[in-house]
Design a protein. Structure first.
Length: 329
């Protein structure tokens, strides 16, 4: 029995490092340890769908979600087909996360113009709402046009659609045109800032947070490792603007300046340790579990834990140490 008096839901990011075909027993173990949700992502590893399709057959009771599929990297009809297919594999337990992603993934890696990301995300959400019902669609959206498409196998259970959101415009869109938001790269205290914008769309909206966690008590080693990740991400324009909006412009200015000058080492050196401690959950497992619950207490419904293996920790053991089963009284 796990201690979950608040109804908070704890998820784990999949896949782990082994080949996909070798992870069935691991997925089953995580379900037995109390993780109620498996969340995938799509950047430079596996695609977002395949690990969850496997999980749908290996672990029949766990909810599955993608955080996120970029709205630029697939055509609208193909995205609807893939969404419907996984809904068919796991009826009633799949959540579709979409978002603009970033200019790095869209433009630099995929060679696709990163134009009007807000409108593209809005248009894709609207299209999926229509398409997944099996409605025939002939419509000109602001960022693409679809003529005469009808999904041949609409899902019997419509999935919730969640939007990756950072600043107020997208957060409000997630609440008004979708079923909720997926948030990341923020502190537990930041949740109290972003959640109200989602809730403007009405009651019952869901907030899923990807939370970076390293259950390693060696703080110096962990901070050194995470500063590299922070520099890589927080210099991407969408994340830089997010943290300016959160009020961290002055705190991050020196890092941004050195990075733009090509001084990568210097950029790492000026990252504040306190900010690392806000954006990365680290320390002994018990302290990590308490820190994760601060996200929940401030408005997160689902924590999608992403293990950061700094200091050579075993990610699988880390997931075990953080699992709901470890919260037994």
């Amino acid at each position: 029995m796990t201690d979950n008096r608040h109804g908070w839901r704890y998820g784990i990011t999949v896949p782990f490092g082994d080949p996909l075909h070798a992870q069935a027993d691991l997925y089953r173990e995580f379900a037995d340890l109390g993780y109620t949700e498996f969340w995938s992502s799509e950047a430079d590893g596996t695609d977002g769908f395949t690990p969850l399709v496997l999980a749908s057959q290996w672990v029949p009771d766990v909810r599955l979600g993608i955080a996120i599929i970029p709205v630029f990297t697939r055509g609208p009809a193909l995205l609807a087909q893939q969404t419907a297919a996984i809904c068919e594999a796991a009826p009633g337990r799949f959540a579709m996360g979409i978002g603009a992603s970033s200019n790095v993934i869209v433009e630099r890696w995929n060679g696709i113009p990163f134009d009007e990301p807000f409108k593209r995300t809005r248009d894709t959400a609207r299209f999926l709402r229509q398409a997944l019902t099996g409605e025939r669609i002939s419509e000109t959206y602001d960022t693409f046009e679809v003529q005469g498409f009808r999904l041949g196998r609409p899902p019997e259970v419509q999935p919730p659609i969640l939007l990756a959101a950072l600043r107020p415009g997208m957060l409000r869109l997630a609440g008004s045109e979708a079923d909720g938001a997926i948030i990341n790269w923020l502190s537990a205290d930041d949740v109290a800032t972003v959640r109200p914008y989602v809730d403007e769309g009405g009651e019952g909206k869901e907030v899923v947070a990807r939370i970076f966690v390293c259950p390693n008590p060696d703080a110096d080693t962990v901070r050194t490792g995470f500063k590299r990740a922070m520099a890589a991400y927080l210099n991407v324009p969408v994340y830089a603007e997010f943290h300016r909006w959160l009020g961290r412009g002055e705190l991050l200015a020196a890092m941004w300046d050195r990075w733009s000058e090509g001084d990568r080492r210097g950029a790492l050196e000026v990252i504040d340790d306190g900010l690392v401690d806000e954006l990365l959950v680290h320390g002994p497992p018990e302290a990590c579990r308490e820190h994760i619950d601060r996200y929940h207490a401030n408005g997160v419904d689902v924590s999608a834990i992403s293990i950061m293996p700094f200091g050579g920790i075993d990610p699988v053991q880390a997931a075990r140490d953080l699992a709901p089963a470890a919260r037994r009284q």
